[in-house]
Design a protein around this ligand. Structure first.
Ligand code: 5GP
Length: 121
């Protein structure tokens, strides 16, 4: 899939759309989800232009890959859920339910999160 430079997260990275920032380093940005599904719901994204985890795993550098993973745990720590537990979720592609075509991980926490995968309705 070709990267769409006008996707919503690309526009957040360029500062064209505001976000509620939680964490930033050279390679990653984390911000609160606009429609939180749990008391803690933070999105962690690479600054590089990667459509999905498939794309990132194939093409990202080792420093980018390490930074993204470490940023997820850092965000959980900042949000105060390291002790109580939390969930890292990455939706990939159509069946995965990925809506925004820029790689992102969801960090959820702040309550018991229930089943790992919802049953089909
Ligand atoms: P996906 O379904 O692609 O894994 O998740 C996309 C997430 O992006 C959703 O949880 C949605 O609420 C969030 N989102 C969509 N647009 C915006 C936005 O403009 N700002 C923020 N902070 N989150 C957004």
């Amino acid at each position: 899939m070709t990267y769409d430079p006008n996707n919503i997260f690309a526009r957040i990275l360029r500062g064209e759309i505001p976000c509620n920032k939680v964490y930033e380093d050279d390679f990653t940005l984390a911000f609160h989800d606009i429609s939180p599904q749990a008391p803690v719901h933070i999105l962690v994204i690479p600054k590089g232009q990667y459509t999905s985890l498939d794309d990132f795993a194939a093409n990202a550098s080792e420093p980018e890959a390490a930074a993204l993973l470490r940023a997820c745990a850092k965000v959980a720590e900042i949000a105060g859920v390291t002790g109580t537990g939390w969930r890292l979720l990455g939706n990939v592609g159509a069946d995965g339910g990925q809506e925004v075509p820029h790689l992102h991980f969801h960090v959820f926490g702040g309550r018991h999160l229930g089943r790992m995968v919802a049953k089909p309705s």
